[in-house]
Ligand binder design. Sequence first.
Ligand SMILES: NC(=O)c1ccc[n+]([C@@H]2O[C@H](COP(=O)([O-])OP(=O)(O)OC[C@H]3O[C@@H](n4cnc5c(N)ncnc54)[C@H](O)[C@@H]3O)[C@@H](O)[C@H]2O)c1
Ligand SMILES: N[C@@H](CCO)C(=O)O
Ligand code: NA
Length: 433
Amino acid sequence: MTTGKPIKVAMLGCGTVGTEVARLLREQRHDLAARIGAPVELTGIAVRRPNKHRDAPQELLTTDSAALVESDVDVVVEVIGGIEPARGLLLSALRAGKSVVTANKALLAEHGPELYAAADASGADIYFEAAVAGAIPLLRPLRESLAGDRITRVMGIVNGTTNYILSAMSATGSGYGETLEEASRLGYAEADPTADVDGFDAASKAAILASLAFHTRVTASDVHREGIASVTAADIAAATVLNRTVKLLAICERVTGQDGAEAVSVRVHPAMIPDGHPLASVGGAFNAVFVEADAAGQLMFYGQGAGGAPTASAVLGDLVAVARNKVAGGRGPRESAYAELPVRPMGQASTRYHISLDVADRAGVLSQVAAVFAEHDVSIAAVRQEGRPTDASLVVITHAATDAALRSTVDKIAGLPVVREVVSVMRVEGEES
Ligand SMILES: NC(=O)c1ccc[n+]([C@@H]2O[C@H](COP(=O)([O-])OP(=O)(O)OC[C@H]3O[C@@H](n4cnc5c(N)ncnc54)[C@H](O)[C@@H]3O)[C@@H](O)[C@H]2O)c1
Ligand SMILES: N[C@@H](CCO)C(=O)O
Ligand code: NA
C-alpha cells in the first residue's frame, strides 16, 4: 500500500540521460511507489527546445527552468550538465529545502562545497551517484559502506568514451576520429567531447572520488590531467609488444611524506598496464574502479559507466533514496571534509615510465642513455634493445621515481645526439615497482 503524499519531482534536461529517467519513472512507477512508501510524480521537465522532444510527455515540457524549480516540488533532478545554469538552479532548489539528484560531475568537482553548504542550511539532500562511473554503485559505497574504514587508494577507468576509443584503437587499429563519432552516437560522450578526450571528465570524477575517499576538498583544478589526444598508434604498438595495454586511468592516493605528514595525490593520465591486470580487460564504455582500504583490503567495482539507461539507473537509485528520506524525515550523508589533507603537486608523485627510443646502432649508446638515468637518480628496471639495419630500438622501463625526475630524464635523453627519436613515453601502472 502506498498511501503517502506524492513526492513531486522536477527534471531539468531531457537528453540522453533525462529521456531514460522519464521512461523508468513511467514504467516502474508502481514498484517505485511501493519501495518509497509514496508515489513519485514527475511534474515538469525543463528543456531548451520543446520541439526536439516529440517522444517526451508534451504537457510536462517547459522552457522556464527557474519557474519549474520554484514550483511546488520536493525533488529536483538535474541532467543538463555544465556549470551554468545548472549551478544557479540547484542552489535555488537546495536553499528552498528541495532535495537534489544530479549527474553533473563538472559542477560537483568545481562547486561541490557551495552546494553542500546550501543543502546543510536548509536540511535538504544532495545525491550524485550518476556523476561518477554511471550505473556502478561507487559513491554510495565510499560515502556510506566504507565510512568506517581508512581508504588508501582509488584507481580506475572512469571515462567510457576514451576507454571505448582506446579499446577500438588497440583491437582493430581503428582511427581516432571515427571511434569518437561512434561514442558520441551511442550517447557516451559529453556534449563537448573534448571534455572526455582531454581528460576533463575523468579529472572531475577523480576530484569527486578523492574528496569522498579522503574526507578532503579536492577540486578539478587540483587534479593533474592528461588526456588521450597524445596517445599514438606507436604507443599502443609499443604496449602490445610488451604484453601491456594502454588505458586512461584516474588515480587517487593517500601518500605519506618523509616527515610523516599525509597528503593526497590525484592524477588522470594514460598508462600502460600489464595485459593480465584486471583493468586491462575492461573494454568499450565499461568502467572499473579499484578501492583499497586498510581493513577491507581490495575492492573492485565494475559496470557500465556511460549511456542513457545505465546512468538513469543511478539517478533513479538516488531518487528513491531522497524520496525515502522525505517520507521518513531523515537526511543522507553531508559533506565530510574534516581531514583537510594537502594536495601534492604532480612533480612529487611517484610513477614509473616506459620510454621507447630510436637510437643510432653503435657501441656506447646504451651507456650514454643509462648515464642520463643515473644522473637523475632514476633506476632502470628493464632494457630491451633490437638492432635494425641502420639504427636500433631501445626500450627502457624504470623503477618508481618522482615524476619531475622522470620528465627531466626524458628531456635530456631527447637531446642526446645518439637518440634519433623519442618514439613513445608512457607511464606504467599496475605492477610492482
Ligand atoms: N550520457 C552519459 O553517458 C552520462 C553518464 C553520466 C553522467 N552524465 C551527465 O549527465 C548530464 C546530462 O548528460 P546527457 O548525456 O544526458 O546530455 P545531453 O546533452 O544529451 O542532454 C542535456 C539536456 O539538457 C537540456 N538543456 C541544456 N541546457 C538547458 C537549459 N538551459 N535549460 C533546460 N534544459 C537544458 C538539453 O536540451 C538536453 O535535453 C551531464 O551532466 C553529464 O555529464 C552523462
Ligand atoms: N562522457 C562520460 C559519460 C559518463 O560520465 C563518459 O564517457 O564516461
Ligand atoms: Na556511479
